[in-house]
Design a protein around this ligand. Structure first.
Ligand code: F6P
Length: 359
């Protein structure tokens, strides 16, 4: 039996990114304008949902609350990471904390806006009978079943602009710069922003790198009179030396490149800059369309599904499928081939050669 929807809850959970407010705006306006349904904005992610009490938990969002936030970065609702059961001081799997939250907020359905961790939580809630729908968000772009997540394009743009700016200082000082970008365990940000910014070497976790291939690339460029190099490295790349610190790969590679090539080298770790600021036009549009799709899914009673984009179509996919693994960069991705064709190295003679042979 279809449940009657009078009030939809919306939660933004996990790491923030540009476009979250565009989603909140899209959900509030679509629910009210198209369906005459209220939206309850939940504060500080799932953790806030199960730990805050009374008015602290959030509030009904009106059209007025949703006005003027499209271009604003972050989330007006706040977000949080962490284990909900631990935060609520209860045992793992005690879903009564969510029953209490649903009933005290009087919500008939919940839109879960977030990345991999958030969607896995949403899937657990769905399995336990809660009416949830997902919206895919993450700068990492690692959710399966959707071509892209919102937040990714904004982060790519920030990284590309940073690489653009780093070119002039690298050129002036004849240095190599090793730019570390986010992405957790996958290389989408490094690949796409690295190509957009014209990185000379791009290192992604999906494939091992050879140190010598990186040195050779920087030395070869110097020999040709290009006395600077930009190495873009994904944070998920691990040093080949197992005894080296496993974090901040840029520092490790930077000192190695300097030692082995004699080229002065500096690390640049972009960090949370990549998640800040206003969303790009692409992300505002994507977020808005995901929001409209998610409200439609709720009103159609299609719980356990996530809004997604496949090709030019906005579709819905089971959250269980979107979270069955991480969407990693396939090594036959056309962008890798294009990057190699324009002279970018992936720090692996094998890949560089294989891609060249294809062209
Ligand atoms: O998942 C988004 C992300 O920005 C990753 O790229 C990064 O590894 C992680 O979150 C950083 O998390 P935090 O903001 O908790 O430091």
């Amino acid at each position: 039996m279809k449940r009657r929807i009078q009030r939809i809850g919306i939660v933004t959970a996990g790491g923030d990114c540009p476009g979250l407010n565009a989603v909140i705006r899209g959900v509030v306006k679509t629910a009210q304008n198209d369906y005459g349904v209220e939206v309850f904005g939940i504060r500080d992610g799932f953790v806030g949902m199960v730990t805050y009490k009374g008015d602290e938990r959030g509030k009904i969002l009106t059209n007025r609350d949703a006005s003027g936030i499209l271009a604003v970065g972050g989330t007006i609702l706040g977000t949080a990471r962490g284990d909900v059961f631990e935060a609520a001081g209860t045992k793992e799997g005690d879903y009564s904390i969510f029953e209490e939250a649903f009933s005290s907020m009087k919500i008939d359905a919940l839109i879960c806006t977030g990345g991999d961790g958030t969607q896995r939580m949403a899937q657990k809630l769905h399995t336990h009978g809660f009416p949830v729908v997902g919206i895919p968000k993450t700068i990492d772009n690692d959710l399966m079943e959707t071509d892209v997540t919102f937040g990714f394009n904004s982060a790519v743009t920030i990284i590309m602009e940073a690489i653009d700016n780093l070119h002039s200082t690298a050129m002036s000082h004849h240095r190599a710069l090793v730019v570390e970008v986010m992405g957790r365990d996958v290389g989408w940000l490094a690949l796409v922003a690295g190509v957009a910014g014209g990185g000379d070497v791009i290192l992604i976790p999906e494939t091992p790198y050879e140190e010598q291939a990186i040195f050779d690339c920087a030395l070869e460029r110097s020999r040709k009179g290009k006395r600077f190099s930009i190495v873009v490295v994904a944070e998920g790349v691990k040093p080949n030396d197992k005894n080296a610190p496993q974090k901040e790969i840029a520092r490790y590679l930077s000192s190695l490149i300097e030692k082995e090539t004699g080229i002065e080298t500096r690390p640049v770790i972009l960090g949370h800059l990549q998640r800040g600021g206003p969303p790009t036009a692409f992300d505002r549009i994507l977020a808005t369309q995901f929001a409209v799709k998610a409200v439609d899914l709720v009103m159609e009673g299609r719980f356990g599904e996530m809004a997604a984009i496949q090709g030019n179509d906005f579709v819905s996919v089971p959250i269980s499928q979107a979270t069955k693994g991480l969407k990693r960069v396939p090594l036959d991705h056309p962008l890798i081939r294009s990057a190699v064709s324009v002279g970018t190295s992936f720090g692996s003679r094998e890949i560089d050669k294989r891609q060249k042979d294809k062209s």
